[in-house]
Design a protein around this ligand. Structure first.
Ligand SMILES: C[S@@+](CC[C@H](N)C(=O)[O-])C[C@H]1O[C@@H](n2cnc3c(N)ncnc32)[C@H](O)[C@@H]1O
Length: 255
């Protein structure tokens, strides 16, 4: 299977093999429609306190990471931006504040119900966007890649809906390369966050979230996947010592 193939179960690039189905099986995580149903139900359940738990578990750093992601989009005021997997609307608020014209798409009705941004919202799966071809100037997508069931299909949708010359800005969790920061990050996300999540929201969901990183291909696989899907200038940046990662790219073709 090549890195850009579409069933979301794996990828191979630059000698790196990433078999998403095997990784999911090892971590006892579901795939296919079972994964989509679990993800939808989980976000429906944690929606009411999602923002609060986010702030607590990242010490508020998530706000800065989203701001960097909006800045890295590099689009002029008035540009139309699809905020994919918009959740409760943090990105939509920032994009609006930056003078852009965003709308949101998300799978979870619960997350959309908690979204009070006043921006247009659509309930849909990222793998089948109800959006016309080449009609957005850019896409932001925060902390959702690992939740998608079919990453190849989602990247094909990115290519279809973003106009040539348009931009992608994808924010995801990451693991610091090594040392104390990596150890601290592991203890925090695997041991402490489920407890905090349990106190403030839903313990099972916040146990699932750190485990769900098993679904996330490394950047060495994501980069060629995006390139083969039709994007150039794929750039990767580690944020805050590697606690988060930002991937940007430009849709190929003449604007
Ligand atoms: C961790 S939250 C991130 C929300 C928001 N982007 C943020 O930065 O806070 C992941 C979001 O992805 C959405 N999601 C998961 N799978 C999806 C899919 N297949 N299509 C659209 N949205 C999806 C979830 O409902 C949830 O709102």
């Amino acid at each position: 299977m090549t890195a850009a193939s579409g069933n979301g179960s794996g990828g191979a690039a630059a000698g790196i093999r990433f078999d998403q189905a095997a990784r999911a099986a090892e971590a006892d995580l579901p795939v296919g429609p079972e994964k989509t149903a679990l993800v939808r139900a989980m976000f429906d359940s944690i929606a009411p306190r999602y923002d609060l738990v986010n702030r607590v578990m990242t010490f508020g750093l998530d706000v800065r990471w989203r701001a960097l992601s909006v800045e890295a989009l590099g689009l002029p005021a008035g540009a139309t931006v699809l905020d994919l997997a918009c959740g409760t609307g943090d990105f939509l608020r920032m994009l609006t504040g930056a003078g852009l014209r965003p709308f949101g798409v998300d799978l979870s009705w619960g997350m959309l119900a908690a979204n009070r941004t006043g921006r247009p919202l659509v309930e849909a799966d990222a793998a089948a966007l109800p959006v016309a071809d080449a009609c957005v100037d850019g896409i932001t997508c925060g902390y959702a890649l690992r939740n998608f069931t079919d990453l190849g299909a989602v990247f094909a949708e990115f290519e279809r809906v973003v106009r040539p010359g348009g931009r992608l800005s994808i924010l995801e969790v990451a693991e610091p390369e090594g040392g104390l920061l990596r150890l601290g990050d592991r203890i925090w996300f695997r041991r402490v966050v489920p407890v905090i999540g349990g106190l403030l929201s839903d313990r099972d969901a916040y146990r699932y979230l750190p485990r769900s990183t098993a679904y996330l291909p490394p950047v060495e696989v994501l980069r060629p996947m995006l390139s083969e899907a039709g994007f150039s200038s794929v750039n990767h940046r580690a944020l805050s010592g590697g606690l988060s990662q930002l991937i940007t790219a430009t849709r190929r073709g003449r604007p």
